[in-house]
Design a protein around this ligand. Structure first.
Ligand code: AMP
Length: 182
């Protein structure tokens, strides 16, 4: 299965994407994690994106798309994958469509939570880009650039909306049940 996880920063996207990937035996591909790894190992890409990540802005599409399409050519993706954090804007949707086809995704899991819950969770998490200014910028960027993708994928009949508030195990179980029913 090819599954995309969408949801605001702090909604638990990464956690559930990883758990669902493990349960289904397919790789969890997180662009945010890939970028953080580049920053940590001080690669040339890492040095270019470090500032951008700490501000909470989006990395330019050329860099993101190239990194992602290269990852999708790895042999472990043949039986499917979980996409977490990509695509994040319309240009990236088109790039993904061009690479795998407009109807290649099986489902888009949309996790939902209120803004208060999101801010609280992000500030509790303590990642290096989890400072006040970056957090509010990331929430804004999400609303402006990424939230419109829900509409695009709903039109394609792919959206499964799941409440992201509650016990981690219960939420993952709900997602797996919804996917199993497809
Ligand atoms: P995440 O771990 O998904 O919250 O992503 C962390 C940061 O990585 C974001 O705030 C962006 O700066 C960058 N990033 C991750 N995915 C993308 C993407 N698809 N396009 C542009 N920037 C991204």
């Amino acid at each position: 299965m090819r599954i995309l996880f969408l949801g605001a920063p702090g909604v638990g996207k990464g956690t559930h994407a990883e758990r669902v990937g493990e349960a289904l035996g397919i790789p969890h591909i997180s662009t945010g994690e890939m970028f953080r790894r580049h920053v940590g190992s001080r690669t040339s890409l890492g040095l270019r994106v470090e500032e951008i990540l700490s501000r909470g802005d989006l990395v330019p599409d050329v860099l993101t798309v190239e990194m992602m399409l290269e990852r999708l050519r790895d042999p472990d993706t043949v039986d499917g994958y979980i996409l977490d954090g990509f695509p994040r804007n319309l240009a990236q949707v088109h790039a993904l469509d061009g690479a795998i086809g407009d109807y290649a995704l099986d489902a888009v899991v949309v996790l939902e939570a209120s803004d208060e819950v999101l801010t609280e969770r992000i500030l509790a998490r303590g990642r290096t880009d989890d400072t006040g200014a970056s957090v509010s910028n990331r929430l804004e960027v999400y609303e402006r650039e990424t939230a419109p993708l829900i509409h695009v994928y709903r039109e394609r009949g792919l959206v499964l909306s799941v409440d992201g508030v509650g016990e981690i195990e219960a939420i993952t179980a709900k997602i797996l049940t919804a996917l199993a029913a497809l």
